[in-house]
Design a protein around this ligand. Structure first.
Ligand code: GLA
Length: 394
């Protein structure tokens, strides 16, 4: 943080200097169910996007990223258009999102930086939340955490155009240290599940594949549409009232209807629905395992979730599948799965920290050999579970 503060003073000056820590997130169980109104789990990591900022009464926003060369610079009354792929989209979207409900007059100058590589840990939600919190702070706006989740989600869906659910923002904002955040994406109800007192020590390994393409350019949106079609078809074959396709979600189908009618669904739609309903079962069992401190059972469910993501949801890419398969068979790893959507970015493993070095050694022996084009960017990190996005004193 001190280096960001020094850089801020050097580049923009300012005395009233403030900071937000916005953590990266992982989703141990509940993959690809958020956009269908399902129940997800999430935790925030002790690795974060950090934003150090100072208010500008003139209404200008100026941001220098430590990770990208260009500076973002505009007035809050004159927000530039979205440019596909530009990192500045998230601050533009954040201002627009809040402007729907609030008068924004004060801008800020800021330095932003993330520690882990981009892709699969939802750095986009982390960045957006950090911006939203800074804008709120300098404009004297107070919002509830759940509203912040929705302001942040709006940027991704309505501004950037991804058809994603609310998992990333919920995990980034609502999480608390050592607890499992569980959220019902159809009602916004959430709980923070304590780990059992005698839970063995654990950490998460985060293995970065070296692939950082944006989710908007992957098959992500197609899969969301396939789930909707599966729901729509299940409504039709079970003679339920058929909703408008836009409103159709697998959560509105009961597990019984799915079991009775699954054979009537064409292949790919049956697979997407199978993933949804089995994943919901895994989430339920996972909450129980977490609260009992049974990391072996929790890890096994993560492995099964990974399997279902690959073979039923059919997401992933060869590189992430290599990491998933390798982690699964590594001593000291309770369970593994893709960290986020699975098209790029990272795989995660729930691990016993005693095995950190041998886990790293195993990954080093396999991944760069099988995918040499990523050997210079691939990386292995170990993370603990931390609090969600927060203001910090600097
Ligand atoms: C990405 C999306 C989330 C969620 C996950 C998969 O991270 O942004 O909304 O769908 O993939 O669980």
């Amino acid at each position: 943080m001190q280096d960001l503060k020094d850089r801020l003073i050097e580049k923009y000056g300012g005395e009233d200097i403030r900071a937000v820590v916005s953590p990266l997130r992982i989703c141990p169980l509940g993959a690809h169910v958020d956009h269908q109104g399902g129940i997800v789990t999430g935790v925030a990591l002790d690795s974060s996007v950090n934003l150090v900022y100072t208010p500008n009464e003139d209404g200008y926003i100026r941001i220098q990223s430590m990770d990208f060369p260009d500076e973002e610079y505009f007035h809050v009354d004159n927000i530039p258009d979205m440019v596909p792929g530009a990192w500045g989209n998230y601050i533009r979207g954040a201002v627009l999102s809040l402007k729907r409900d609030f008068v924004i007059k004060t801008g800020f100058s800021a330095i932003i930086s993330g520690k882990l590589p981009i892709g699969g840990l939802s750095s986009s939600a982390a960045v957006t939340t950090a911006y939203l919190m800074a804008i709120c702070d300098v404009n004297g706006i107070e919002v509830e955490k759940m509203d912040l989740v929705h302001y942040s989600h709006w940027v991704e869906t309505d501004y950037i155009g991804l058809k994603n659910g609310i998992l990333d923002q919920a995990a980034n904002i609502l999480s608390e240290k050592d607890k499992l955040m569980v959220m019902d994406c159809s009602t916004d109800e959430y709980k923070l599940v304590d780990k059992a007192e005698d839970t063995p020590e654990f950490e998460f390994v985060v293995v970065y594949s070296g692939i950082s393409t944006a989710l908007i350019g992957t098959d992500y949106n197609n899969r969301v549409d396939e789930c909707k079609v599966a729901s729509w078809l299940l409504h039709e074959v079970s003679e339920n009232k058929v909703p408008n396709l836009k409103e159709a979600k697998l959560r509105n189908i009961s597990p019984e209807v799915f079991l009775n009618h699954q054979e009537e669904l064409p292949g790919r739609f049956r697979k997407r629905a199978t993933h949804f309903f089995t994943e919901q079962e895994r989430v339920k069992k996972g909450i129980d395992a977490w609260s009992r401190g049974d990391l072996v059972a929790f890890g096994q469910l993560m492995n099964e979730s990974g399997e279902s993501s690959v073979y039923q949801y059919e997401c992933g890419c060869p590189e992430l599948i290599t990491i998933y398969e390798t982690l699964k068979s590594t001593e000291g790893v309770y369970g593994a799965r893709f960290s986020g959507a699975g098209y790029r970015g990272c795989c995660i493993g729930l691990i016993d920290p005693k095995y950190k070095e041998s886990i790293r050694a195993k990954m080093d022996a396999v991944y760069p050999v099988k995918h040499p084009q990523y050997k210079d960017v691939y990386d292995v990190h170990f993370c603990k579970v931390e609090d969600g996005a927060r203001y910090v004193k600097i």
